[in-house]
Design a protein around this ligand. Structure first.
Ligand SMILES: Cc1cc2nc3c(=O)[nH]c(=O)nc-3n(C[C@H](O)[C@H](O)[C@H](O)COP(=O)(O)OP(=O)(O)OC[C@H]3O[C@@H](n4cnc5c(N)ncnc54)[C@H](O)[C@@H]3O)c2cc1C
Length: 368
């Protein structure tokens, strides 16, 4: 008889590895298999908030940032808002380093990875069959983080794409940028456009040109990106990245009895920002004492509701987005804004947040 695994993880990416590294702490004897289509680990730079009340990525997962910022800024034309964010930090991690570190832990527990892309999943009442070019595997449960095929799905209402092009550039002298520049807005009536600048060392920067748009136009974005890079007078480009993160408030793909969508596929990415790392890490920790059939992902209702309003405002009034974000980051208590962005706002934080958004625009967006 075929061997049936307790769990098959499709994808050796962020969400599945964060999950399994926690789950093994409480479930040592499970038969687990990981199926991954690419042996080579992609590179990308992933940022998140850290600080009191947030899951501590160093303690829980033994992963370390390459940069940590106590100050952030947002700007539009000549107006720049710079904020000290202590006791919080904004931290940047190297994706490949996170994956390698989690893999070490998992491989030490004898978990096997087969490098082969999954092309079909069939679920029946007792198990799930997963087929790849290298064979057919069966499991009681499957966590699937492979991207969903947009062509087979109905496009959700009010969906935006966060699409971006990033380059790490080296300057020949110090750039003197100390803070993480979250959003340097570029004027546009069609979509929300901004540069996101992370100083990685005294003379290198990750410059990302990002759009929140109803469709993706990488060739126009690249033109803007090249113009943006010029202002930093780069002497060398060290690395290039490109990505698309769906921003939608509709549930992506819901779980079935035995197949649980995880990561971007499971709707983990925050609808209004595309951020995923903190959510995936918190979900993984919260799931560690559950049985596999109980695990799923659910957003907090109030955050979901506010994200819906933010997303609709961005969808219907992209030209007003700089005003919304500038006002938000100018809030008296920036820590309230950070707790909201990091999924842990108190009721006082939410009241403060609502006070610091342009109410007229948000109300129009809500009823659109
Ligand atoms: C360039 C870039 C920058 C980002 N920056 C941030 C950030 O700053 N902060 C943040 O919170 N989020 C960020 N994100 C979003 C998100 O955090 C990452 O994309 C994250 O890696 C998503 O986790 P995941 O588990 O869904 O997928 P992944 O980590 O991408 O893992 C999915 C895995 O599944 C494998 N796979 C796919 N199809 C198959 C198949 N058919 N069979 C087998 N294996 C398969 C893939 O090869 C991959 O290894 C960024 C994304 C990109 C692309």
């Amino acid at each position: 008889m075929d061997k049936i695994f307790d769990l098959i993880l499709i994808g050796r990416g962020l969400s599945n590895l964060l999950f399994i590294s926690q789950y093994l702490k409480t479930h040592q004897n499970l038969k687990i298999l990981i199926l991954e289509k690419n042996k080579k680990i992609d590179e990308r730079f992933i940022s998140t908030w850290q600080g009191p009340g947030l899951i501590n990525l160093k303690n829980e997962y033994n992963i370390f940032p390459i940069q940590s910022f106590n100050e952030i800024s947002v700007s539009e034309k000549n107006n720049k808002i710079k904020r000290k964010i202590g006791p919080y930090q904004y931290q940047t991690y190297q994706y490949s380093e996170i994956i390698k570190s989690l893999l070490k832990l998992i491989e030490a527990r004898g978990i096997k990875i087969i490098y082969s892309g999954v092309n079909k999943i069939i679920e029946n009442n007792r198990y799930v069959s997963v087929s790849t070019d290298k064979g057919l595997y069966k499991a009681k449960y499957v966590f699937n983080s492979s991207p969903y095929n947009e062509k087979n799905q109905q496009k959700p209402e009010h969906m935006l794409y966060q699409y971006f092009i990033g380059t790490i550039i080296k300057n020949n002298k110090n750039h003197n940028i100390k803070e993480c520049q979250l959003m340097n807005f570029i004027h546009s009536n069609k979509e929300i456009l901004f540069n996101y600048v992370i100083p990685l060392s005294n003379n290198s920067l990750l410059v990302e040109t990002t759009a929140f748009g109803k469709s993706k136009n990488f060739s126009d974005l690249d033109k803007l990106h090249q113009i943006s890079l010029k202002q930093y007078k780069p002497v060398e480009s060290l690395f290039f990245e490109k990505g698309i993160i769906p921003m939608s408030i509709s549930k992506k793909l819901t779980k079935t009895k035995r197949v649980i969508p995880t990561g971007i596929r499971g709707g983990f990415a925050r609808p209004s920002s595309g951020y995923l790392l903190l959510r995936a890490a918190t979900w993984a920790k919260d799931s560690k004492n559950m049985n596999l059939n109980q695990i799923g992902f659910k957003e907090k209702t109030i955050i979901h509701l506010l994200d819906k309003v933010f997303l609709k405002a961005c969808y219907f009034y992209p030209e007003l987005a700089p005003k919304i974000f500038m006002k938000l980051f100018n809030a008296r208590h920036i820590q309230s804004v950070i707790r909201f962005l990091a999924d842990t706002p108190s009721y006082n934080d939410l009241i403060h947040l609502i006070k610091n958004t342009p109410k007229k625009i948000m109300i129009y967006a809500l009823f659109k």
